[in-house]
Design a binder for this molecule. Structure first.
Ligand code: SF4
Length: 469
């Protein structure tokens, strides 16, 4: 069935349309909006702004039948109204009867409403095709708390020309879905971001598309020239050292590395050497004027510092209380523990992005923070460049992949034994912190501290591994 989600994801490929419509594992709308923890807030907003409505429940077919009956009764407000037409379905958060036609309201947890326009217009198309008269289409963007007493910004997104284009696209998709045989794959640039690339072009383990260290456009051009396997590419002069290491690692259980490239990375570092990691959270409805809904804020950090060669690492940390915006304290604490002369390792450039955001939000502290930004070095880079790689990394360079691959039997570096195992879990625990008290809050804060500290400890271990080679 074509719905709002897969409709906006279609890239024009008839095979993709055919496969998506039959894909049982396709993410649900709920997953897409990551709404599970926020669903309650969204529903409260909907109910406050559109009171006295009737809920529709159940799977798509059941919900569509019930919606039809409720619409026929002439109910004024319907939540989760569902419509099906000819292999396509649409669910609307709220529809409201106004002058003999239903207006559609999509409630979304963001003030950036433009990305939802196609989805709302898609709902309008399906409703009209199912014989329901539609008036206007609105995106209700959940706004800042207490802003002029409103909780939702309502934006009319009716656009007749856009709707016509979407209608044509829907017709094309439905035609492709109805085909009896699966359309043949045709390689284009769009395949690079298609979830079906593997089933179309990378069926064998030796496929050129399984290589991680070259961009998709290059793989595509090699494939079109007949270089379809990793083996054949390995013999070509334009197979660089990084790719050669990626290929070599497939046939050995040993670490594969480049001494020169490791040395050249290590040369960029100096003592005092720091290791920095942030945890962050999206704020659903911020109170601060300089924040927009769903903006990301820093909630805690861990910083390990090695003053000089051979010295033991010293640990610094900060964590907010989960009740207030705490980035001002983050700045104060960061500037206290990170000296102007520190060389600061981060993993990926996320910490840099976070500090640059802090500089914009708190311009008075920008010059102090700029010093830290200028001293940041990305520890993921050597692993992304495959200067040290092994098979267990599976072609990836994330900390959670590289660490166990280089320290396979090291319980103190094992995230799976931790109460908090990953950043997402840390975010969701922190989001609940404000509603906790006593022992429960104490334990949650301890778990968060331990998790964040392990991230910087893990970075020390990875740096030590590079030093070893
Ligand atoms: S990989 Fe390419 S050909 Fe295959 S379904 Fe996706 S877009 Fe279509």
């Amino acid at each position: 069935m074509v719905n709002q989600l897969n409709f906006t994801k279609f890239n024009g490929c008839s095979r993709q349309a055919y496969l998506t419509a039959r894909d049982k594992n396709y993410k649900s709308l709920k997953d897409k909006y990551n709404m599970s923890s926020r669903l309650h807030d969204i529903q409260s907003d909907m109910l406050r702004s559109f009171p006295d409505g009737v809920w529709v429940y159940g799977d798509t077919k059941r919900a569509a039948l019930d919606t039809r009956a409720i619409v026929e009764k002439g109910e004024e407000v319907i939540y989760n109204a569902t419509f099906i037409h000819n292999g396509a379905s649409a669910r609307c958060d709220v529809i409201m009867l106004e002058n003999g036609a239903y207006d559609i309201y999509a409630v979304r947890p963001t003030s950036r409403y433009t990305r939802w326009i196609d989805e709302v217009l898609f709902s309008k198309i399906i409703m009209e095709k199912s014989g329901v008269k539609v008036g206007n289409c609105f995106v209700c963007a959940i706004d800042r708390e207490g802003m002029k007493g409103k909780t939702l910004s309502v934006i009319n997104v009716n656009n007749y020309r856009r709707q016509k284009k979407l209608e044509e696209r829907l017709e094309r998709i439905l035609k492709n879905i109805a085909l009896e045989a699966i359309p043949e794959p045709s390689l284009t640039r769009l395949c690079g971001s298609c979830p079906y690339l593997e089933s179309c072009f990378a069926k064998s383990e030796d496929s050129i598309f399984t290589l991680k260290s070259i961009p998709f456009t290059k793989k595509m051009s090699l494939f079109q020239k007949g270089v379809k396997t990793v083996d054949s590419f390995a013999k070509m002069p334009d197979c660089d050292d990084k790719t050669k290491r990626e290929i070599l690692v497939r046939s050995t259980d040993e670490d594969v590395y480049s001494k020169e490239e490791i040395a050249s990375f290590l040369k960029t570092l100096h003592y005092p050497l720091g290791f920095l990691d942030f945890e962050t959270m999206e704020v659903f409805r911020p109170k601060e004027k300089f924040l927009a809904p769903m903006d990301t804020v820093i909630t805690q950090f861990s910083y390990h510092l090695i003053e000089k060669e051979g010295a033991e690492p010293v640990h610094f940390e900060f964590i907010g209380d989960g009740e207030h915006y705490c980035e001002k304290e983050v700045i104060k604490e960061l500037c206290k523990c990170i000296g102007k002369d520190h060389c600061v390792l981060m993993y990926s450039d996320y910490e840099k992005i976070c500090i640059e955001r802090l500089m914009k939000r708190h311009p008075k502290s920008a010059s102090k923070l700029e010093v830290i930004v200028n001293n940041l070095v990305d520890l993921e880079k050597p692993f992304a460049k495959k200067v040290l790689v092994n098979r267990a990394m599976e072609g990836k360079s994330s900390l959670k992949k590289v660490l166990p691959a280089l320290y396979p039997d090291c319980p103190e570096l094992d995230y799976s034994r931790m109460a908090i195992k990953n950043g997402q879990q840390a975010e969701s625990v922190y989001a609940r912190l404000g509603r906790m008290s006593g022992k429960e809050k104490e334990n949650a804060m301890r778990d968060l501290r331990e998790y964040c500290a392990l991230d910087t400890l893990a970075m020390i271990k990875l740096w030590e591994k590079l030093e070893f080679y």
